[in-house]
Design a protein around this ligand. Structure first.
Ligand code: F55
Length: 829
């Protein structure tokens, strides 16, 4: 059976290609089949969720057919592959994307229409796996899409959280969190693999001894064990065969044996089961570091250990030597969250497979590569030696061993004590702790940042000593986005207009968007470009009213900032400008203000007080502005609750202006910036993250730049930044800040925003006040250009035409060339 092709195997069991055919008739038949025999429903009694589930299952069969072919081919060709290790994924809804990838949007629409059903309604039923916080998790999913499309032998490993990122509701202007029960009506996309499971150990102690053959051996005697089971989701590529995302769920090791327990122990056994399942219960909703959280460390180790054991099984199953592991696998660490993998692979090689330390270390260092996503010092992961030693005693020993050999090397090179202390894997200042970024850097063959600027700062700041020691280890891979999802699926109007002019090549080669340049000044084309945007804005207008009750006018400028709420991202800078506009309108000075709707969305970490207060400020300003007849003709403010991938797909296509206004040097890359520009929004932004490269590509004249550069920010800080001085010397700033505590917001509550007010006056750690004038001035320019719609449209077209660099297909190609050294596998159908 193994020597036969899958194709002939399918034929022999009467499950030929027509079984998963892609014609309208095939889809209709399969859909009804799922409805009857999988769900046990008749058409008259179906719920919307039944219809969605039946359609998802229909499409999953077709996806699996392709997936089975790619596994067969990856194995036969014995190709080098990639394992992407990420604690977070944000795939978004699967159905629409899979229909595009299979090229059956029209067929499906027609099949459903013949049953009096509407595809859009069915698409709208789908929720999403919120298994990530923000950009980092979404990037992992964009990479899955591109890995699949490019035919790279690869697998994405992660955690199957039972509860994803919380659902955000707004109650009396405040963020409220409720649990995300994303599995409550089933998940038709995943396949559980009970036979693919591994045991993961925790706690206990180690025993060291020398065995009969004089080999030094270590036994780890854990005090608990947990089983991880694989749940696979096929990720289709565009016109290609697809890969899997394999997520691990934690369970008790063996379902307890009823007969051996008496009544009391029965309950103990149940409790043990519940405790085990805890590990993958919930995603930590923090997009910064969570040091000290024991369960978080357990989650990280749990999924890393399952994934490495799985890779070793795949590797040796095919008769290959473990000593050649690094020749067959590159493992990418998505930030430090999976970086305990460095110690775990050493443990597996040395303790469990009896490979000598030096050779194991060579294998390990040739296997891993590490992507850094942040420079924020408070976000760099550290685990205290005491916690790590308690949960993973053997790994702590291994980390100490790696460290002592590494520091020895530095001493031999003549490094000073200071330098050695700075570079050590152990931070000895305060409570001793393990610096996970150092472990990842020492244990990898490549380290990359996620934009040119970020990679440069990584080398000159955070990992400076390491970059001096190993200059060749450091590289850059600028982020990109899944343009098929974020343009073709979510903005069909624009996609059709583009394809009509330049064909479909851009779907697989985004650079060919440059062929649009020649239409930038074409008046007819411009009009159609605007018509598409207006349609998208009208659709968003309906959604906004549904969600918030606020009526907005699609003819206004839609000025949008959607992303996690963070002080460094400076949502409150945008708010200060809105307050300034409000005051101007109240003064009757309305000239030069283009009618605008300001749209915000994003979640705040539940324990991040100032971020939550910023949301409260936005809703307070929204209430004030939207209820004031004099003001709301010119401006409106909206906070859309529960930003997620699905909502994002509605928002980007409808935006005119994209706000990318973080303090320079703080946003590693940003990826929303790319999604907006690809949908024809113009950007107002600082020279931060990938904004720098976007501006380079689209041209200075098509980008609204403001604010200090990274160097100027640092200069300002060195000179002793005094925000209070700006308050005293700048009347506009004084007026806007005083307004926060004037009682005109939030029904007369003068105290509510005092923490923000004082934060800005006393520290202003992200230099809002310093950048405020430059931001306001740039907004004036935005209004001016907006009033010239031809000029605006031309810039919008040129933005899209010049965004070809920012596909995640290009990012993945860069990873292949600069880091992984892997090649696509061609699949003959
Ligand atoms: C999640 C959990 C922890 Cl413990 C720490 C960070 C995060 C997280 O979500 N980080 C994140 O999203 N970082 C972002 O990564 C993007 C992709 O590289 C960048 O574009 C963005 O600049 C960066 O902030």
């Amino acid at each position: 059976k193994h020597n036969r092709s899958i194709e002939s195997y399918f034929e022999s069991i009467g499950a030929g290609a027509s079984d998963v055919g892609l014609s309208k008739e095939d889809i209709k038949k399969a859909f009804l089949h799922k409805l009857f025999y999988h769900l046990g429903r008749v058409p008259a009694l179906t719920t919307p969720n039944d219809l969605y589930t039946a359609m998802a299952l229909t499409i999953r069969d077709r996806a699996l057919r392709k997936f089975v072919r790619s596994i067969e081919e990856f194995t036969q060709q014995d190709a080098r592959g990639v394992a992407y290790l990420s604690a977070e994924y944000l795939p978004g809804p699967h159905l629409g994307n899979n229909l595009l990838n299979l090229h059956i949007v029209e067929e499906t629409k027609e099949a459903l229409a013949e049953l009096d059903l509407d595809l859009d309604e069915i698409l709208d039923q789908e929720g999403e796996p919120g298994l990530g916080n923000g950009g980092l998790g979404r990037l992992a999913s964009c990479f899955m899409d591109s890995l699949a499309t490019l035919g790279i032998p690869s697998i994405g490993y992660g955690i199957r959280y039972e509860f994803g990122i919380f659902k955000q509701e707004i109650k009396e202007g405040w963020q409220m969190e409720t649990t995300d029960k994303w599995l409550h009506s089933g998940n038709p996309w995943e396949i559980v693999r009970p036979e693919i499971s591994y045991v993961v150990k925790f706690g206990g102690r180690t025993e060291h001894r020398t065995n009969g053959q004089n080999r030094y051996e270590v036994d780890w005697l854990p005090d608990s064990e947990i089983k991880g089971t694989a749940y696979d989701t096929p990720i289709l590529g565009y016109q290609s065969n697809g890969i899997i995302m394999r997520l691990w769920k934690a369970e008790a090791v063996e379902s307890f044996d009823f007969s051996v327990y008496n009544i009391g122990d029965y309950y103990r056994a149940v409790e043990k089961k519940l405790r085990s399942e805890n590990i993958t219960k919930v995603l930590y909703p923090n997009d910064e570091n969570l040091s000290g959280k024991e369960l978080r460390l357990k989650q990280q180790y749990f999924f890393v250990s399952c994934s490495l054991q799985d890779m070793i099984r795949l590797h040796t199953m095919q008769g290959r030597k473990l000593k050649k592991f690094h020749e067959k696998f590159a493992i990418q660490l998505n930030d430090t969250h999976p970086s305990i993998a460095v110690a775990e692979l050493m443990r597996l090689l040395v303790d469990e497979h009896e490979i000598e330390w030096d050779e194991a270390w060579d294998i390990t260092r040739q296997t891993f590569a590490y992507t850094n996503h942040t420079l924020l010092p408070e976000a760099l992961e550290k685990w205290t030696v005491s916690l790590l030693g308690r949960i993973l005693p053997r790994h702590l020993e291994i980390i100490y061993e790696i460290n002592s050999r590494f520091l020895e090397e530095l001493r031999d090179k003549g490094y000073s004590g200071d330098q050695i202390a700075r570079m050590s894997l152990i931070d000895e200042q305060g409570e001793p702790s393990v610096r996970m970024a150092h472990l990842a850097t020492v244990g990898s063959f490549k380290v990359n940042g996620v934009s040119e600027l970020h990679s440069r700062l990584l080398k000159s700041q955070v990992l400076n000593d390491f970059a001096d020691l190993w200059p060749g280890k450091f590289t850059n891979v600028t982020n990109g986005v899944a343009h098929r999802r974020f343009v073709a699926v979510s903005n069909p109007g624009l996609a059709n207009l583009i394809s009509e002019k330049i064909g479909f090549g851009w779907l697989t080669n985004l650079s060919s968007l440059s062929e649009l340049e020649k239409f930038a000044k074409d008046e007819k084309f411009q009009q159609r470009w605007r018509d598409v945007k207006l349609q998208n804005k009208t659709a968003l207008t309906r959604f906004i009213e549904e969600q918030t009750g606020v009526k907005v006018d699609p003819d206004m400028l839609f000025d949008v900032q959607v992303k996690r709420i963070h002080e460094y991202k400076r949502q409150h800078l945008m708010v200060l400008h809105i307050i300034d506009l409000y005051l101007r309108i109240k003064d009757g000075k309305t000239e030069n203000i283009a009618p605008s709707t300001f749209i915000f969305a994003g979640k705040a970490a539940p324990g991040y007080f100032l971020a939550k207060l910023i949301i409260r400020l936005i809703t307070a300003v929204a209430d004030l502005v939207n209820d004031d007849e004099e003001v709301n003709k010119l401006i409106k403010v909206v906070f859309l609750p529960n930003f997620n991938v699905k909502q994002a797909q509605r928002v980007y296509p409808a935006a005119d202006l994209s706000e990318q206004i973080s303090m320079a040097g703080k946003e590693a890359s940003g990826t929303g910036n790319m999604k907006f520009a690809l949908n024809g929004a113009l950007t107002i932004g600082t020279l931060d993250g990938a904004n720098v490269e976007i501006r380079e590509e689209v041209g200075d004249e098509n980008f609204f730049l403001f604010g200090q550069t990274t160097e100027e920010i640092q200069q300002t800080r060195r000179e002793g930044y005094r925000p209070y001085q700006y308050y005293e010397e700048n009347e506009k700033i004084k007026r806007v800040l005083d307004f926060l505590v004037s009682g005109e917001l939030a029904n007369g509550d003068k105290d509510l925003f005092k923490p923000l007010y004082h934060n800005l006056l006393q520290q202003d750690p992200y230099q809002l006040l310093k950048d405020f004038d430059s931001y306001c001035a740039k907004k004036e320019e935005v209004f001016k250009v907006w009033n010239d719609q031809e000029e605006w449209t031309k810039k919008s077209i040129l933005n899209v035409a010049r965004m070809g660099k920012f596909s995640s297909d290009r990012s993945i190609q860069d990873y292949c060339d600069r880091i992984w050294q892997v090649k696509p596998v061609k699949i003959q159908e």
